[in-house]
Design a protein around this ligand. Structure first.
Ligand SMILES: CC(C)(COP(=O)(O)OP(=O)(O)OC[C@H]1O[C@@H](n2cnc3c(N)ncnc32)[C@H](O)[C@@H]1OP(=O)(O)O)[C@@H](O)C(=O)NCCC(=O)NCCS
Length: 234
């Protein structure tokens, strides 16, 4: 059974650490990532760079290779793949060879959640997501995000538990949709995430995230032997 490694990176102070992030980004990241950050508002760009630096350090540590020898190898179902692509499903090459590492990244409330499977087959797909319950407090969330069956189930939650219950489902949906690579091109209200093989919640003891944030991971690996799809996680 594949083992999923997770790491949570705390928020950084924009005034105190932005210079360090920029220096690390210029040392470690690729031009396509620096260019994407330059196109963002300064605070968003700094958060993006911090996430990419943390992800690259995480990948290098897991694979025991120098962080400066990695190159981005992202892929997007719409735009394709290649070193010039700065968005989509994360991946890296090391000296021109794709690392056997499935990766996923998510940011919420200043925190970054990283997840990885080491020694992953090329078909392994991983998705992780972290959500801030405060982001679910708007009229129309249930119609936009939930299936009818999920909405009925949430009616059992008291008003105090509702934001956390919504965030838990939303984190599961985004984790699943990153695992499939579809993202929100798939309407979340069509995806029931109450029970799915390979999909599970991540608790604060496992991730190091604060308990108020909801997190989930989805992992799909091919079933050994018959070549057909399936999933497993631990
Ligand atoms: C995947 C998605 C649901 C994440 O949204 P989010 O809640 O805003 O952001 P999160 O912080 O949780 O996750 C962002 C990370 O998701 C990952 N991601 C983005 N698209 C992904 C995809 N298609 N498959 C897997 N992972 C993806 C990236 O690692 C990204 O990190 P980055 O900011 O360093 O690039 C959203 O980006 C989406 O729906 N993307 C698909 C549509 C799209 O990308 N269109 C534009 C390009 S054609």
């Amino acid at each position: 059974m594949a083992v999923c490694e997770v790491r949570a990176i705390p928020p950084f102070s924009l005034s105190g650490e932005a210079g360090t992030v920029q220096r690390d980004a210029e040392r470690f990241l690729d031009g396509v990532e620096l260019a994407r950050a330059r196109a963002m508002a300064p605070a968003a760009g700094a958060r993006f760079l911090a996430g990419r630096v943390a992800q690259r350090v995480f990948a290098a540590e897991l694979m025991s290779v120098p962080v400066t020898d990695l190159c981005t190898a992202y892929s997007c179902p719409r735009c394709g793949a290649g070193p010039e692509l700065g968005h989509g499903r994360p991946g890296y090459t090391y000296r021109g060879v794709r690392l056997p590492l499935a990766l996923s990244l998510s940011k919420a409330a200043g925190w970054t959640l990283l997840a990885a499977v080491v020694d992953a087959s090329p078909e392994t797909r991983l998705g992780a997501d972290v959500e801030d319950p405060s982001g679910t407090r708007f009229d129309g969330f249930d119609a936009l995000a939930l299936t009818p069956a999920e909405s009925i189930e949430l009616r059992l939650a008291g008003p105090d538990q509702l934001p956390a219950a919504r965030a838990r489902l939303w984190a599961r949906k985004e984790a699943w949709l990153k695992m499939t690579s579809d993202g929100l091109r798939t309407a979340p209200s069509t995806l029931d995430v109450r029970e799915r093989d390979g999909l599970r919640d991540l608790g604060p003891a496992e991730t190091g995230l604060p308990a108020f944030l909801a997190a989930a991971v989805a992992l799909s690996t091919p079933v050994q032997g018959n070549g057909s799809g399936g999933s497993s996680s631990s």
